[in-house]
Design a protein around this ligand. Sequence first.
Ligand SMILES: Cc1cc2nc3c(=O)[nH]c(=O)nc-3n(C[C@H](O)[C@H](O)[C@H](O)COP(=O)(O)OP(=O)(O)OC[C@H]3O[C@@H](n4cnc5c(N)ncnc54)[C@H](O)[C@@H]3O)c2cc1C
Length: 437
Amino acid sequence: MSSDSTDSSESTGTEGTDAQAAGERTAYVIVGGGLAAAKAVEGIRESDPTGSILLVAQEDRLPYERPPLSKGVLKGEDEMDTAFTHDRDWYAEQHVELRLGTAATVLDTAKHELTLDGGDVVGYEKLLLATGSAPRALDVPGADLDGVLYLREMQESEALKARLTDGARVVLIGAGWIGLEVAAAARHHGSSATIIEPQAAPLLGVMGEQVGGYFAELHRGHGVELRLGEGVERIEGDGRVTGVVTKSGDTVPADVVVVGVGITPNTGLAEGAGIETDNGIVTDPGLRTSAEGVWAAGDVANWRSTTLDTNVRVEHWANAQDGGLAAGRSMAGQDVTYDPIPFFFSDQYDIGLEYAGYVPRGTDAQVVLRGEPSSNEFMAFWVVPEGEGVRVLAGMHVNVWDTIDDVQRLVREHTVVDPARLGDPGVPLGEVAASTA
Ligand SMILES: Cc1cc2nc3c(=O)[nH]c(=O)nc-3n(C[C@H](O)[C@H](O)[C@H](O)COP(=O)(O)OP(=O)(O)OC[C@H]3O[C@@H](n4cnc5c(N)ncnc54)[C@H](O)[C@@H]3O)c2cc1C
């Protein structure tokens, strides 16, 4: 990707778009600088090669993908530039005007106008909110000390990587995806890693205790100390962090603390405009919001899933990619029903995993294992009883590749299966459906 990807000088001036100069509305305005924003351009250009597009992004970088920030880039195996979705030339070829380093501050859906930081007002025909999410802040004394870091943006990944040195003492607050992936990167660099997590297992909300326990063992096996069932009382230091004091009174020495306690969708612009929000921006299956001419996609969208018959908000890469593309298509007039089975992936040490499906909060799902977790090659399914068997709500593999399409099919088709065959690695996954009595 282009090495000048962070140079936004040509696009952050105060001059308006060509359309504005002519007193016209911009055909498409995209707010956001992540994967969903970049993919929306592709979706629009599939059927509208010439309509004016303005992309407004708060970060002073071209739109980029975040997964490498906690994996290859953080481990020093990949260059940061590999994270950019497209290089600058691509946007020029697509006739996209970029306003990087510029936040959109007010959306007026009645006037079809967007106000930008600095006061420029842009008229739009159609607008996409792809504003993503922001890390939840840790609200304890000492959370503002030097060395207490978050991981969402490129410069945060750069700052963290610089501190993951051999022998550095790294404390992760939260055993979610960020905490686990950063722990793996820390160990890669020879830093020590301690995870403090109030729940009984990592990833408890998504995986449950049994599969979460697998991740605890995985990390222990790589020398990570896990303090489960333990909260954080305060962070200590004298300007710079020196340790984390737990609720039970222990002090865990730290040179670096990484907070990964979840994210919240960036709904402020939508809320200010009176657009319906409820755990994100509510959309229909075409990713249209409650305001005429406004769409939403990516982490911020709480979209209507036809297959799952509920609204779903997904904080993962595939949803930003596919949702952004679908929103762009929908904006440009294609007939779109966005209806994927939610999907995510992670890489830690020598394991890769993919998960597909959706388990509504509060569901009393049982877990069916296929294979032995300690082998680091297994699958897990989250199921509920139905008829003579069970219905698969979600499934995951660890290092059992080329299986996720079958998992998605089971979820999408609401297939009822025999749990014994589902859990038997000797029965091809594509054939477990035929097992229903
Ligand atoms: C470190 C890290 C690792 C990850 N790893 C994985 C992984 O392994 N697998 C996986 O499935 N998912 C992963 N994810 C999640 C995935 O990256 C997100 O789901 C994805 O980035 C969402 O894309 P998005 O475009 O919706 O939003 P974002 O990527 O959050 O981008 C939104 C952008 O909009 C900008 N913005 C917000 N408000 C405004 C405004 N008012 N005006 C202008 N711009 C604004 C923000 O500054 C931001 O740049 C990871 C996330 C992180 C942070």
